[in-house]
Design a protein around this ligand. Structure first.
Ligand code: GTP
Ligand code: SPV
Ligand code: MN
Length: 595
């Protein structure tokens, strides 16, 4: 007997709560059409072709860059807008001094006014997605409603998007509601609002990156950090990388660096010839969700399955994996073009720019050919170093957590925290020169605790208290380190070669984790003994190395006092253990000989 034909439920019938929400948004925004995304390859191609036909997407040279396209965003819309990003909690204190705050009632009223009738003449896309492997209990789902087909294409690459996610939502009943419209792209009507108490996001006026791909920073960091606090885990701005040493042992580390400070590059690192036998596997390049496991270790998943990475500086020498990854099936946003219709960017190391990121004939007088925050969107599975463990629903166990920033001065190449509590202070002490990833001035040092200043969805005081609680629950907490690849000489040259050579520092970190090496007990933490950091064959002078590993006591005493003043602004929400850690740091620095 023939089996009964298996009819697929129409997407809009899978989850009643999603359908009801979509109906309400449709009423408010008045789109011409509603499209429920199934996440199929055919759907991706149709949307891509529509954008090509409208001239919103351009085909790149299909011989040399097959499946690659160029998108140009509005020139006023090229980076995250932190000054227009709000956390709207009932109590202002819950958002904390680290966030812009607006009363949720006021924020809703303002946003409804902006959204009302705003999708007339457009298509409303319903984008169900899952952050994390679909079969992982650590994964969480959301639905983004957007009127941008470019956003849909990006979400299709960056997340597990489509029917399966919607089915999981129907089973679980909860999902993060993200409402997005490009609006009229007027910066005066651009807002990114978060309502963590209701697990919802509203974003209008931008079509770019973290402002518009709501699964990424809005959901996987701001809302998820709030959920994680309630549920006992951590949502962090961290890469996850597997490192297999020449003995064949693999350890995973997670590292938090501020935006455009080297996460993608470290996650895709190519071992240099001088370190034979090492292998590197990328689990994630931007976000980690960390859960205490039943075994007392910390386990990590990457909630994303694609990369939205910084293009400038990418080449076969700095990052061969990324260079190969983005040669096919990649959306480039805001790069320049060569005369052969290939994408071009500063630091590509091949070809010449003919057209700049705004579509004008290239003229050095107009600035760089590629916008400094130009990005590639590509599936993680295209990375030659892709870790299959990235799809493991259990995640990977983490041996070390690494914090770092872009610091011309002060922060040494590497040091280790004495224990978890000290590690939380080390994470909280991250400061970094600002980059083009966010609108605003570039190159000024600002405090960016845990590289989460733009992303922590609640009061930093509560956040550090939560970090301390999570650590206390771990029988085998990861060791905590701080690195800085960006120290410069007085003449403004990087003292450390960086990129693949960073593996030398990671090798020391792993040796510390397995108890293979001792360390110098420096005032700021544990530091490598001169012979323990492998520098053989490295083109770094003895003076440069000395500078990279120096801890100048005077400037560090000032740093400890600055840090204390910074932490004190969190008042009663700041855990006492944090001030105790600063006291300890100050005491050690006071006792150290100042030479
Ligand atoms: P987001 O995607 O914004 O979160 O950034 P990210 O942390 O992933 O930064 P990414 O790896 O894309 O690096 C940003 C810039 O820093 C690029 O231009 C890199 O070439 C440069 N960079 C990365 N690693 C190093 C390094 O070890 N040394 C130096 N000097 N530059 C680096
Ligand atoms: C960052 O700015 O940290 C990014 C890019 O990873 S965006 O998705 O635009 O936030
Ligand atoms: Mn990032």
């Amino acid at each position: 007997m023939a089996t009964a034909p298996h009819t697929l439920a129409s997407l809009s019938e899978i989850s009643k709560s999603v359908a009801e929400w979509v109906a309400g948004v449709r009423e408010l925004t008045q789109p011409d059409k509603v499209h429920w995304c199934d996440g199929s390859p055919g759907e991706f191609q149709r949307l891509r072709d529509e954008l090509l036909a409208k001239g919103e997407l351009r085909e790149l040279n299909q011989k040399t860059f097959p499946g690659c396209y160029l998108y140009r965003s509005d020139p006023t819309d090229v980076a995250r807008v932190e000054h227009l990003t709000y956390v709207c909690t009932q109590s202002k204190e819950d958002a904390g001094p680290n966030n812009n705050w607006m009363d949720p009632l006021e924020a809703r009223a303002r946003m409804s006014a902006l959204f009302r009738g705003g999708m007339t003449g457009r298509t409303l896309y319903v984008v169900p997605y899952c952050m994390g492997p679909l079969d992982s209990r650590y994964a969480r789902c959301g639905v983004e409603i957007t009127d941008s087909a470019y956003v849909v294409l990006n979400m299709a690459i960056m997340t597990r998007m489509g029917r399966a996610a919607l089915e999981r939502i129907a089973m679980e009943g909860t999902f993060v509601r993200g409402l997005h419209s490009v609006g009229d792209l007027d910066p005066a009507r651009r807002f990114i609002m978060h309502f963590p108490e209701e697990l919802s996001i509203q974003s209008i006026g931008s079509g770019y990156g973290g402002n518009a791909l709501l699964g990424k920073k809005c959901h996987a960091l701001r809302i998820a950090s709030w959920q994680a606090r309630d549920e006992g885990w951590l949502a962090e701005h961290m890469l996850i990388v597997g490192l297999q040493n020449p003995r064949g042992e693999t350890h995973y580390v997670a590292a938090a660096f501020p935006s455009a400070c080297g996460k993608t590059n470290l996650a895709m690192l190519i071992p240099p010839d001088s370190l034979p036998g090492w292998k590197v596997f990328t689990v994630g390049d931007d976000i980690a969700w960390l859960q205490p496991g039943a075994d007392g270790r910390l386990w990590a998943i990457n909630p994303e399955c694609g990369y939205f990475g910084v293009v400038p500086g990418t080449n076969a020498r700095t990052n061969r994996n990324a260079d190969q990854t983005i040669r096919r099936d990649t959306i480039f946003t805001n790069v320049g073009l060569t005369a052969d219709n290939e994408p071009w960017w500063e630091g590509r190391g091949e070809g010449e720019p003919a057209i700049d990121w705004r579509g004008r004939p290239f003229d050095a007088g107009n600035g760089p050919a590629a916008h400094p925050n130009s990005r590639f969107t590509v599936s993680a599975a295209r990375n030659p170093a892709f870790a299959r463990a990235a799809d493991d629903p259990r995640g990977v166990p983490v041996s070390a957590l690494i914090f770092g920033g872009r610091r011309r001065e002060l922060a040494p190449l590497v040091y280790e925290a004495r224990n978890w509590q000290h590690g939380v202070l080390v994470g909280a002490s991250v400061a970094s020169e600002t980059t083009a990833a966010a609108a605003g001035q570039v190159g000024v040092v600002r405090r960016d605790p845990m590289a989460m200043k733009p992303f922590a969805g609640y009061n930093y005081g509560d956040y550090w208290a939560h970090w301390l609680r999570v650590g206390a629950r771990l029988k085998h907490p990861p060791r905590v380190f701080h690195v800085n690849w960006f120290r410069q000489s007085a003449g403004g040259k990087f003292l450390w070669p960086g990129f693949g050579e960073n593996l030398r520092v990671l090798a020391w970190i792993l040796d510390r984790c397995s108890g293979r090496v001792g360390a110098i007990d420096a005032p700021i933490g544990h530091m490598p003994h001169p012979g323990d950091l492998n520098t053989s064959g490295l083109d770094v002078s003895a003076e440069a190395l000395a500078e990279l590993t120096a801890v100048p006591v005077g400037p560090w005493r000032k740093e400890a006092e600055d840090l204390r003043a910074y932490l004190q602004q969190f008042g009663a929400r700041l855990p006492g253990a944090m001030l105790a850690q600063v006291d300890e740091l100050s005491r050690r620095l006071a006792a150290a000989p100042a030479h």
